[in-house]
Design a protein around this ligand. Structure first.
Ligand SMILES: [Zn+2]
Length: 423
């Protein structure tokens, strides 16, 4: 994991930083390209392309790779992105635990671990555990070239500041200075975003398929939220809370009170916590044979019990899963008409309900959306339930590090550090 640490520095003006960022980003996304291909794709003259390729080579961000195919003359040497120039640490915080991993600059995860803790225990308890896990990774992987930290949280985040803002399932976290905490400890830049935004970015990176350029990623966990990609770019909105679909009202259930204070929100009716609430009632009323067994054994009912009941054909559990699908599908139908995605991907604990949930969502979306909007629409469950959020956090950090504005700041000191980026 240890990459060669460069001490080379460059003072670039804004235009030069823009050119350098375009060259690096193109090579990073394309892998193994020739110098003329870089010039053609970035629109730079050959002279300028050569200049910035050489700058990136000196910074150890690009490297000369294999010899490519000859088109007549001398075979060209291919240029590659150097994924080992830096290491990123990422954490994805959920309602009942968090995943952490280290990653190279290509998003290859190393040392992924899960720690169980309630997010409602508050930032001091949870973040001390996250730091322990990070420190373990730094020690076991001998990380000496840490370049950034990325954090996903299960609530709204003001992206510019990295502050959680009134997160409903995170008491004690409102405006907690997450960025400051990690950047002070690790001396590197830190970015924080809502977890489902990162899952959308991760799905895009992991699938590496143009269909993900117009993507809605829907997380049905304790709450419900969506991450929206347009032209492959995350749509965060003015403050960063675009896609917070859990609080769209379902007109048919306006009597259910939501944690946000409103009535009839999607997640108050059909999120994971709503599922557990309804399952408790059903088991006490003997409406579900499957859940009654849990209740008799005095076991706490969890989302997975309802899913297990549904898979075993328990009528109440099947109907409840189908109801989640029709409620989520009702909201998604509106989003499909509004946004016209190519792909909807479902993640989160409730998405483990699988085919019954998927069929119900598909049926509702297809019956309520315009035919043109659903003609080529695919709806599926994620193949990357753990990786998508972590890889998305890596993508967030890397796209920020290689934005022309930030790149200009840190190449002037040789490597990304806390003070060069967060001023
Ligand atoms: Zn609400």
């Amino acid at each position: 994991m240890a990459g060669q640490v460069t001490s080379t520095t460059f003072d670039l003006d804004a235009d030069a930083a823009q050119c350098l960022a375009e060259v690096i980003t193109f090579v990073r996304k394309s892998r193994s390209v020739t110098r003329p291909e870089i010039a053609t794709s970035t629109g730079l003259s050959r002279t300028l392309a050569t200049k910035y390729i050489d700058v990136a080579l000196e910074l150890n961000l690009l490297q000369s790779g294999e010899v490519g195919q000859s088109t007549g003359g001398r075979a060209p040497r291919l240029i590659d992105f150097n994924p080992n120039a830096g290491t990123i640490l990422v954490a994805e915080l959920g309602a009942t635990g968090f995943n952490v991993a280290a990653s190279d600059l290509n998003g290859n995860l190393l040392g992924t671990t899960f720690t169980r803790v309630e997010i409602s225990d508050g930032p001091d308890v949870v973040l001390a555990l996250v730091e322990n896990s990070f420190d373990d990774l730094v020690g076991s992987l001998k990380i000496k070239n840490l370049w950034g930290v990325g954090i996903g949280v299960p609530g709204p985040v003001e992206f510019a500041t990295g502050l959680p803002v009134s997160p409903p399932i995170m008491p004690g976290w409102d405006k907690f200075p997450l960025r400051e905490r990690f950047s002070t400890k690790y001396k590197v830049p830190v970015w924080v975003d809502n977890d489902v935004n990162l899952m959308a970015l991760g799905e895009h990176a992991l699938r590496n398929d143009p269909i993900t350029n117009e993507l809605i990623f829907v997380k049905i966990g304790s709450g419900i939220g969506a991450g929206i990609l347009t032209h492959g770019q995350l749509h965060r909105g003015a403050q960063g809370c675009a896609g917070d679909i859990g609080h769209i009202a379902l007109s048919s259930n306006e009597k259910v009170q939501c944690r946000c204070g409103n009535l009839g929100c999607l997640e108050a009716v059909s999120g994971g916590l709503a599922l557990i609430r309804d399952a408790e009632v059903a088991s006490s009323k003997n409406e579900s044979a499957h859940l009654k067994i849990r209740k008799k054994a005095k076991l706490r009912i969890e989302v997975r019990d309802v899913i297990e009941g549904s898979n075993n054909g328990d009528r109440w559990c099947v109907e409840r899963v189908v109801k989640v699908g029709s409620d989520v599908g009702t909201v998604l139908a509106t989003l499909v008409n509004f946004h016209n995605p190519s792909l909807i991907v479902l993640g989160g604990s409730v998405s483990a309900a699988g085919d019954k949930l998927l069929a119900s969502i598909r049926e509702t979306v297809l019956s309520r959306s315009l035919p043109l909007a659903t003609r080529d629409l695919q709806i599926r469950i994620t193949d990357f339930p753990i990786e998508s959020g972590l890889v998305g956090a890596v993508e967030m950090v890397i796209s920020e590090l290689f934005s022309s504005e930030n790149l200009r700041k840190w190449v002037s000191v040789g490597r990304p550090n806390q003070s060069s980026i967060h001023v």
